[in-house]
Design a protein around this ligand. Structure first.
Ligand code: F6P
Length: 540
């Protein structure tokens, strides 16, 4: 199946409105939706018809989606530029499965680490693990960035109704303002610093870890400062060099990508906040989605359909961005999490074999929780000249029974937005509205034009019962697999991230220039000029 065929079919659909599709098929809402792992995914408000779905499914078949999926789950080294397996799914697999990497079953090691995490979190939460001064640890600061921050930070916020452990804080930015603000309210004697870094070399994280150590040393004796640290990393050599005791180090293998790592040691801060049992429930939700992804066929397969809808919008229709709009304030960090997951995975310009991609890469992903976004950027989504597919998410229930009326209003807004995007408001409806307000003649026409909503704008809605740990696990796994499928459709490697390297190298080279230790001569004119301005501003 060629992309041209899909584009050709799409061109035959441009005159069809979403509302026409529903009129033509009263069963559309049910037929263009799927259910899995406690989630309901409605993709009926997209321009897809049955033929488009069939063509997309053939495209996925021809791209070898099922075989690639099985290769991933069984531990083949599908990350070809780094010669690594891709096995974040193993972090949430049951002990009955066996997955071999280089001939070795990796499941027992994962379960041993999980048991160590459980034990550590339980003893920390109960106060059995004491700070060197004899008191309880009350605060945990997770220092990490990218995948070593976004996953646990997003999930810790998402599951705040389940927090019954230590207070957990997150520091990621090399901007000292963040660590200064976080540490300001804490007592060093009661604080555990968790350095989360797969490589244990990331400059932001190591700089913040050093700052945290200096902060601890103001109150804590140098001999015991190491007891205020734990490490979450796959670089055990570096954690040892840093003086973190082996029993405080939770390791993982190189087959867990940073942005896919919240299910294992990188999730330890979350486990400390919500407890090991609830953490297990989150893993169970993800596992249910894994099983569904591996066993469901065609349009019943939720991650596959989420990916095909995304592919249709980006690669077939050519829409450059997609908005993720959770109607759930506690999912405020989900758009940022998905930004890394999707854009670091599928923001690539070459195919697996190194030749130029013949399709546009993955889309820009962005968003904010509803209803806040409604009062900010929805204007452009409804009336701007670009079409932005929207991915709504909403729970049937909130966690605040005494505020159920607010939850109803939240749900009403979510449904109203996708309805408005689909139906729009015609010029004649806008005219009637303005006539009723007393306008006439040219002024009526002028005023009415501003109140037209073109409608026919696509959206999907993900519905879940309530944002429990299990539901969160299923949602995140759903998106992980969506990103995987989109990468297969594009024929690229979703599991490396070479695009982040150049900026890192240049920042290292620029630091001595900014410190005045090296001359700016060899630099390009623009960078030199900016350094001059910064110098001038800095010395005033
Ligand atoms: O710079 C990108 C990146 O490598 C991400 O992929 C990763 O999640 C992040 O940096 C942090 O890396 P680490 O966990 O090794 O500190």
């Amino acid at each position: 199946m060629s992309i041209e065929k899909l584009i050709e079919h799409q061109s035959t659909l441009t005159a069809t409105r979403l509302t026409d599709l529903f009129e033509a098929d009263p069963s559309r809402a049910g037929r263009y939706s799927s259910q899995a792992a406690g989630l309901y995914f409605d993709w009926s408000k997209t321009g897809l018809d049955d033929q488009a779905v069939d063509l997309l499914l053939s495209f996925a078949d021809d791209a070898g989606m099922a075989a690639r999926r099985d290769q991933m789950f069984q531990g083949d080294k599908i990350n070809v530029t780094e010669d690594r397996a891709v096995l974040h799914t193993v972090l949430r697999a049951g002990s009955e499965v066996e997955v071999r990497v280089d001939g070795e079953d990796v499941i027992p090691g994962v379960h041993d680490t999980l048991a160590r995490m459980r034990d550590f979190a339980t003893r920390l939460r109960s106060g059995q693990i004491r700070a060197p001064g004899g008191g309880r640890y009350r605060d945990v600061v997770n220092i990490g960035i990218g995948g070593s921050d976004l996953g646990p930070a997003m999930a810790t916020r998402a599951l705040s109704p389940y927090h019954d452990g230590l207070r957990v804080h997150f520091v990621s930015n090399v901007d000292g303002a963040q660590i200064a603000d976080v540490l300001r309210g804490l007592n060093p004697a009661e604080t555990l610093i968790m350095v989360a870094s797969k490589t244990f070399t990331t400059i932001e994280t190591m700089t913040n870890a050093a700052t945290a150590r200096d902060w601890l040393l103001r109150d804590v004796h140098a001999d015991v400062v190491g007891l205020h640290f734990a490490a979450l990393s796959s670089n055990l050599e570096k954690t040892a060099e840093w003086g973190i005791a082996a029993e405080r180090v939770f390791g993982f293998e190189d087959w867990v990508g940073g942005r896919y790592s919240m299910w294992g040691p990188i999730g330890l801060s979350l486990m400390i906040a919500i407890g090991p049992d609830r953490f297990d429930q989150m893993l169970a939700g993800a596992r249910a989605m894994d099983q569904h992804f591996q066993t469901s066929e065609g349009r019943a397969n939720m991650p596959l359909m989420l990916a095909l809808v995304g592919f249709w919008h980006r690669q077939v229709c050519g829409y450059p961005t997609r908005a993720v709009l959770p109607y759930e304030q506690r999912l405020a960090r989900l758009p940022a999490y998905l930004q890394q997951l999707e854009m670091e995975s599928n923001g690539k310009r070459v195919a697996l074999d190194g030749t130029a991609l013949d399709l546009p890469s993955g889309p820009v992903v962005w968003g904010e929780p509803g209803t806040n976004g409604q009062h900010a950027f929805y204007q452009l989504i409804h009336q701007g000249t670009d079409i932005i597919p929207c991915e709504f998410m909403v729970g049937a229930e909130g966690h605040e029974p005494d505020l159920a009326h607010q939850h109803l209003l939240l749900v009403a807004n979510c449904l109203a937005q996708s309805q408005a995007l689909m139906t729009g408001r015609s010029l004649s409806e806008a005219r009637t509205l303005m006539q009723e307000k007393g306008f006439e003649g040219d002024e009526l026409e002028r005023q009415a034009a501003h109140r037209v909503f073109p409608g026919n704008r696509p959206s999907t809605t993900l519905v879940y019962p309530k944002l429990t740990p299990e539901v969160l696990g299923a949602i995140v796994a759903l998106y992980e697999h969506r990103v995987f499928v989109e990468g297969v459709l594009l024929g690229l490697n979703s599991f490396d991230q070479w695009g982040v390297e150049l900026g890192k190298e240049l920042a290292v080279a620029l630091s001595p220039v900014l410190q005045g230790d090296e001359a700016a001569e060899g630099l390009d004119g623009s960078t030199r000029a900016l350094i001059d301005v910064l110098d001038k501003f800095g010395s005033t």
